[in-house]
Design a protein around this ligand. Sequence first.
Ligand code: NOJ
Length: 745
Amino acid sequence: MCSMTTDDPHPAAVASTSTRIADRVAALMARMSLEEKIGQMVLAQPGEGPPADTLGGPVRDGRVGAIVNVVERDAVSELQRIAVAESRLGIPLLVGRDVIHGFRTILPIPLGQAASWNPELVRAAAAVAAQEAAEVGINWTFAPMLDIARDPRWGRIAESPGEDVFLANRLAAAMVQGFQGESLAEPGSIAACVKHFAGYGAVESGRDYATTNIPENELHNVYLPPFKAAIDQGAASLMTSFSDLDGIPATAHAGLLREVLRAQWSFDGFVVSDWHSIPQLSVHGLTADDREAAVAAANAGVDMEMASDTYARHLAEAVESGVVAPETVDAAVARILAIKFRLGLFDSPPDKVGVAAQAASDHALEVAEKAARQSVVLLQNRDGALPLKPSELSSLAVIGPLADAAYEQLGTWIFDGDPERSISVLAGIRARVGQHLDLLHEPALATSRSRETGGFDEAVAAARRADAVVLCLGEESILSGEAHSRADIDLPGAQVELVRRIRGCGKPVVAVILAGRPLTLANIVDEVDAILYAWHPGSMGGPAIADLLFGVESPSGKLPVTFPRTVGQIPLYYNARNTGKPPRPETVVNIDEIPVRAPQTSLGMSAFHLDVDHTPLFAFGHGLSYTRFEYSDLRLSAARLPLADALIVSVRLRNAGPCSAEEVVQLYVRDPVASITRPVRELKGFQRLRLAPGQAERVEFQLHADDLSFYGRQQRRVVEPGRFQVWIGGSSNAELGGEFEWVEN
Ligand code: NOJ
């Protein structure tokens, strides 16, 4: 488990560091006017032209304390110089940017990183991004995004850690560690901003910015914990969500910001609004105008306003007229300044920012490649179609709109990504086997959305000439991300038709799917032999995928989110509650076979759809390997134990297949009888380990009663004694299980 990150690992030193910072903040604030204080609460973007032309004046006047979207090293440097040398108090700037999954070197989208189930790798990925961003003077990223997402239609699922709380908690801590390093003041560390607080992932029908309806238990058990995990790891800031929660937009939600965040979690970083989300309070219908919006946000606990200017225009008057307490402003400013001190901005000249490297470092490329490799999930592999064996092939057709799409494989939020650094799947394959195999490349479709099938004949001809086909399908970058939700999540354009035409050639077909979300694949699973799901893998996607295709390494990614068969099943997630009428395993109905005038009760009367199998197409945690892992001999350290004692659950894992590979061993638990109904399974542990062929190891997990606590009827977390079920295996369908009982001490 990751340990708490502070400016100094020794508690006494930490206390004295924060006392020193508190003293320095207080001394500075004693010299500040109300206007200068409010200036620190303003995060401004540049207008047209050189950033210093539009931001230089307000920075000099102390009316802006933070800037966003200035990424040119010299421009950042100049604005910092103005802030430090020309403003009355010389307060340096926070320089914010969406550094989401890389800066110049792009790592897999966050959902892809989550598929690696490798917190250490995710930490390293965030550290690479932080390092490259820090080189141009960025000192604050708007990441990690920690919105649990159970709806693949939502475009922002690409940025999310997926559907599971436990996995998200681990990744949240890892990302904060990666961005912030051991200390914010160390070179290459930037401040993290966890977002979007809270519940954004639950937007209705996956439509971005839509309403959310989240019952309180669900909010506390599912949506809030990743934020808590990031805050416990020392996250410096937090962003509110655009969405509204039970009628209160998150940007004015005092219950979330003051009660949960400050009172219960003791968060001492600062809170920033989302882009224009303060004036949008009036669009939501909560406030009548910008002034009311500014008052509502400030009083709810939003310390800084992003991009819009309601604080700049109304806060001083609101304080003077008594509707916002001066203490509210003081507390906000103190929190913002404390982060500036922790970043060391007052101690080393922030205008002397480093020189951005022209080329990616070997380390950045290595991490990007490893992350891409471990994020790819082998969804299906009929008759060992993969890995491809160059010795058995003389030619290979590489077909599809995303085969040679270096830019499109980068995914959403790549403002600063360098497309020149990106290596396509085709280029990766060429580099790996180009000398031994005849490669026939045909895009077949101009883009992933194209319906123009004029290129199909050449593609079919290439498939006929080749010994095997790699079909690169999916979604272009622009089809996922913010405000890019889709109602139909089949492969877009004419890609399904392409698959069928290629299938008709009778060659082994391997689909490599690059996408920002789970797509509904039911209409192609039977048409292809193998599926490698690569998400948007980033700059090093090509080499990583080539290694997996040719078995240099075995796939080892596992799904961080359930793949539905069809959109009508959404939301479909593994950790649902049982209901009073769960479908039975044999409940599969084919709508065409329902007898005419079938009696009302003859079809089973349970929670399923008549026209689709009730199971997912691919379950949470699923991911195949080129080897065969055998799970056996599950052991529990006790059948009955007091709540104060930890339970050890272990399993024997053996690599019974032909190659060395990594497996992600997963531990699931169920609380079958509780004071509120609990999920049918919940992930409570995972470990990634490598085994050589024939090698076996005992994998051990420790469970504490607190790990099974939940937010219950009494609006607080409870630990309830009783009987529990456990399973260990390679997916959420793990079958090897046992039972134990936790009794009052
Ligand atoms: C709006 C997005 O919701 C947020 O995630 C992002 O950080 C800001 N824009 C800044 O670009």
